[in-house]
Design a protein around this ligand. Structure first.
Ligand code: BEZ
Length: 399
């Protein structure tokens, strides 16, 4: 993957090393929000803002973090480096793989009194930082992590989400899978996201008449050999398998599923992260025929998405992913929210006032828990003109 070659903004980024980087764009405001104007700007001033981008630049989810950074920066690039009419200083911190690295990263950004934070891939990290953002009154827009409670039982005025909830993505697929499959074997990475995804799928799949033949939860972040788990799937007699894996784990699982001989005998369903972006191209032929649910694919046929895909391809020489779109839309949300001011409470009021986000996935608004009200699609991996793609099969009904 490449950084934009033509962007004044991103050229600055490209010269910096991974890990903790600071990017400045256009404005001359101070770092860290200790400038009163920057952190407390009223609606009618245009003082700069500092936004923290907390995304993985290391670990199994690093490719997702790169896509998120690209999506966020594309919106800045398209808007003169500004959000809400204010120049943006972007501080990028590595979330790493787990809460052990993600939580301290968030704490650092909060201590620096940034005006808002965007990012977070891992559900465990999102759950671990939720209270800190609320207490510090720093708005957080989660641009991936799907922990159900974040926009459910533990929703907060200071925590918003432009992505999805794990249970919802999976639940959308259950009834559709039950049309073709009587019994399922569940397999998911053993942490919050995997457990929530299988619970969401199991609920709607069994409500639709299906049965569960068994389940496995390979350790997250350390499993490289899925063969013992694949043997259990084979022996279970299940008609289909449902999974939650993402990033590097998705590539390993999909390739081993095929080489173990299950690809043509047990239909593989998954939340869409299994076949998204670079992961799909890396998995290659092994991924063809996999069916997934997700709220985005670059194959969505709409003028808004076509325009977005073109802009993204021009900037990065690759197709956008759901991760890029979620971060692009977080930038769109902040663009509207900063119009209302830059203090935490002002930004929250600005977020509450948002009617719709003009997303490449289709327009959406925020629900009561501050997550997106959105459409989910059934996608199937097919060979496209240039590489594998997730074609849209149909819209899924959610419950
Ligand atoms: C999660 O931890 O919620 C998650 C991670 C990667 C892809 C999707 C969800």
């Amino acid at each position: 993957m490449r950084r934009p070659t033509r962007s004044r903004y991103a050229t600055v980024v490209a010269g910096l090393t991974a890990g903790v980087v600071l990017t400045a764009c256009g404005g001359s405001g101070s770092l860290g929000g200790d400038d009163d104007e920057a952190s407390n700007g009223a609606a009618d001033d245009t003082s700069p803002v500092t936004v923290g981008l907390l995304v993985p630049t290391s670990g199994v989810y690093a490719p997702l973090g790169e896509d998120m950074q690209q999506g966020f920066e594309l919106f800045l690039e398209q808007n003169d480096g500004q959000l809400g009419g204010r120049d943006v200083e972007l501080e990028v911190i590595d979330e790493g793989e787990t809460p052990d690295t993600g939580v301290p990263g968030a704490q650092r950004l909060i201590q620096q009194e940034v005006n808002a934070v965007v990012g977070i891939v891992n559900s465990g990290t999102a759950l671990g930082v939720r209270d800190a953002f609320e207490e510090a009154q720093v708005p957080l827009i989660i641009a991936n992590a799907g922990a159900d409670d974040i926009t459910g039982a533990r929703s907060s005025d200071y925590v918003w989400r432009t992505s999805f909830s794990n249970g919802e993505v999976a639940a959308a697929l259950g009834p559709r899978a039950a049309e073709d499959c009587e019994s399922v074997f569940l397999a998911a990475a053993d942490y919050a996201a995997g457990r929530e995804a299988t619970a969401g799928f199991e609920r709607t799949f069994t409500e639709a008449g299906g049965t569960v033949a068994g389940s496995v939860y390979p350790p997250f972040g350390t499993t490289t050999n899925y063969q013992p788990f694949l043997a259990q799937m084979q022996q279970s007699g299940a008609d289909c398998v449902y999974t939650f894996f993402a990033g590097a784990e998705a590539v390993a699982f999909t390739q081993q599923y095929a080489s173990f001989g299950l690809k043509d005998s047990i239909q593989l369903y998954s939340s869409g992260f299994l076949t998204e972006g670079g992961v799909l191209q890396a998995a290659g032929e092994a991924a063809t025929g996999v069916e997934t649910s997700l709220h985005y694919t670059d194959q969505i046929d709409s003028p808004r998405n076509t325009e977005f895909v073109e802009a993204y391809r021009t900037a990065y020489d690759e197709a956008p992913t759901v991760y890029a779109v979620q971060a692009y839309d977080a930038a769109q949300a902040l663009d509207q929210a900063f119009e209302n001011g830059t203090s935490g409470p002002d930004v929250v009021e600005g977020l509450k006032a948002i009617d719709t986000i003009d997303s490449p996935r289709g327009e959406f608004g925020f629900n009561e828990g501050h997550g997106p009200d959105q459409t989910y699609y059934l996608r199937r991996v097919e060979q496209g003109e240039v590489g594998l793609v997730n074609v849209v099969v149909e819209e899924l009904t959610t419950s």
